[in-house]
Design a protein around this ligand. Structure first.
Ligand code: FAD
Length: 503
């Protein structure tokens, strides 16, 4: 903190993309009169303009803002997301889904996958996805919030939304709460000569905005944490090698899926994000293995509807800021680092960064220990997500394709190798601390990418074979029957969001 002053802690947010507005709206809602919020953004610079798929934790935020789901989906042209389908990631002609929610039913202490694995070895199990209600409903293009009940689990969902509309909605919430927005370009930053803390940002119109705490939400520019404070960037491109993406919206055509698609190509992958009024598409690729023009052509050749704009190229380096909090600056969003959107984790990392900041919020005294704890927890969270993403590349069987061969051959972090070895030995998965991905997520990644446990938990061994068959069939049959009775995803959205066209 720069000065001893009375009154609310002055929080200055640099940047008004998803990160900036998410921070402004949440801080003002939770901290109330303990803070004053000023946000500076530049329309001339604009936002990155992508970031439209989320994970279920986003619903905690909506709950905090007391947002009604139907209104939220209307305001953002959003749709329901039950998981992500990965096409061609293991072998070119194979597909699996990372569906949210749990799969099957535990047998005593053993998670369902152990019974499934034994059934699979006996040739009596269906593909693992048949035991995930989320996946069964997603593949049938069905959704209803009250789908579960009795032995059927509830559908666990997230959203796809239009990033610009989402930021606009958050801005409304933040401004209603009292956050003050200033349009302008930040040109220089004043620092305290003694402590090195940031004192003020100076705008192109000459305005000087002082603060106690600065939140860097300037995107890839990382104006405060990078340019001003010189905090380094840990490069992870030897593990997550893609470094560019073409992005283009298209007309929505084909089935209205309640899930994201991730389609592997020869040197990268393509996302398809279904919204009410369009589909968001992008091709993330590794420029060492494919030329930009070819990557662009692959994207355009794999759209389901007509493109609505010229494809836009975005360059990036995967990795993270060595410290997300330095001096009195906290980086959120792209200024804190970037991992490709394979599992839609970026917006979540903004959300969890804000939650952590609220927990360790600095006052005008000494907050070094809070900052250090914030940084070590942030590192842990990022590294575990990084491992999960690396697994998609590493565990592939696309032999004879140079990009995928290189991914298979790359050395990976020990934490990932250990997780794989433990799973292969016995189907065991251990989740530590504030790790984001649950056992459910890891098991789908491993099984989907062809990593099979060699054995199963001893408690499923004594189950009689006929009984095991019955158990497996009851679950899969019940899920399929229930999903068949649900309304279609398109129909559901049409009902709650009738004003929007759903062409
Ligand atoms: P930006 O949106 O770039 O905002 C930066 C802000 O800073 C802007 O308001 C800009 O005007 C302002 N600014 C910068 N410099 C100055 C200055 N000098 N003066 C004043 N203002 C300034 N995340 C997901 O969760 N799901 C996804 O599906 C997903 N897909 C992605 C696909 C790609 C290809 C990429 C690159 C990212 C994706 N992300 C995704 C990440 C997601 O887009 C970001 O996490 C999110 O949009 C937050 O961005 P931001 O607010 O940090 O930066």
């Amino acid at each position: 903190m720069t000065e001893e002053t009375e009154g609310p802690i002055r929080v200055v947010i640099a940047g008004g993309g998803t990160a900036g507005w998410m921070a402004a709206a949440t801080l003002i809602k939770v901290m109330g009169r303990a803070v004053s919020i000023r946000l500076v953004e530049s329309e001339g610079i604009g936002t990155v303009g992508v970031g439209e798929a989320t994970i279920p934790q986003i619903r905690h935020l909506n709950r905090l803002f007391e947002l009604d789901e139907a209104q939220f989906l209307q305001a953002t042209n959003g749709s329901i997301k039950l998981g992500i389908e990965f096409l061609g990631w293991d072998r070119p002609d194979e597909a699996y889904m990372h569906a949210f929610g749990t799969a099957g039913r535990a047998i005593g202490v053993a998670p369902f996958r152990h019974a499934w694995r034994r059934g699979e070895a006996l040739g009596m199990a269906r593909p693992f996805g048949a035991y995930s209600f989320n996946e069964v409903a997603a593949r049938a293009l069905r959704y209803h919030p009250q789908a579960g009940g009795g032995a059927i689990p509830h559908l666990v969902h997230a959203y796809h939304f239009d990033a610009a509309l989402y930021a606009r909605m958050l801005r409304g919430l933040a401004e209603q709460g009292g956050a003050q927005r200033t349009e302008g370009r930040i040109e220089t930053v004043d620092r305290d000569g003694e402590t090195g803390d940031v004192q003020a940002i100076l705008l192109d119109n000459g305005e000087r905005i002082e603060g106690d705490l600065f939140i860097d939400c300037t995107g890839f520019r990382a104006l405060l944490i990078g340019d001003t404070l010189g905090v380094g960037y840990e490069d992870w491109s030897h593990w997550l090698p893609c470094d560019r993406a073409w992005a283009v919206p298209s007309e929505r055509a084909g089935p209205f899926r309640p899930y994201t698609q991730s389609i592997a190509h020869r040197a990268g992958w393509q996302w398809r994000i279904p919204l009410q009024h369009r589909t968001g598409n992008g091709h993330v690729f590794c420029s060492r293995f494919i030329a930009e023009e070819e990557a662009r052509d692959i994207l355009l050749a794999n759209l389901e509807g007509q493109p609505q704009a010229e494809p836009r190229l975005i360059r990036f380096t995967t990795g993270r800021r060595e410290a997300a909090w330095s001096h009195n600056v906290v980086a959120l969003g792209l200024s804190a680092g970037f991992m490709e959107p394979l599992e839609s984790t970026s917006i979540h990392l903004i959300q969890s960064g804000i939650e952590r900041l609220l927990r360790f919020f600095p006052d005008r005294g000494d907050y070094r220990l809070r900052r250090d704890k914030f940084n070590s927890l942030t590192r842990f969270e990022w590294e575990r997500i990084r491992d999960f993403l690396i697994g998609h590349y590493k565990f592939n069987r696309r032999e004879g394709e140079s990009f995928w061969d290189a991914c298979r051959a790359m050395a990976v972090p020990d934490t990932l190798s250990e997780k794989r070895a433990l799973f292969e030995e016995s189907g065991t998965i251990h989740r530590e601390g504030e790790e984001l991905f649950t056992e459910e997520g890891w098991q789908q990644l491993f099984l989907g990418q062809g990593v099979m446990p060699r054995s199963w938990h001893p408690t499923v061994e004594p189950i009689d074979e006929a009984e095991l068959q019955k158990l497996l069939d009851i679950i899969a049959d019940a899920y399929a029957a229930r999903a068949g009775k649900l309304p279609g995803h398109a129909e559901y959205l049409e009902k709650i969001s009738p004003a929007k066209e759903s062409a």
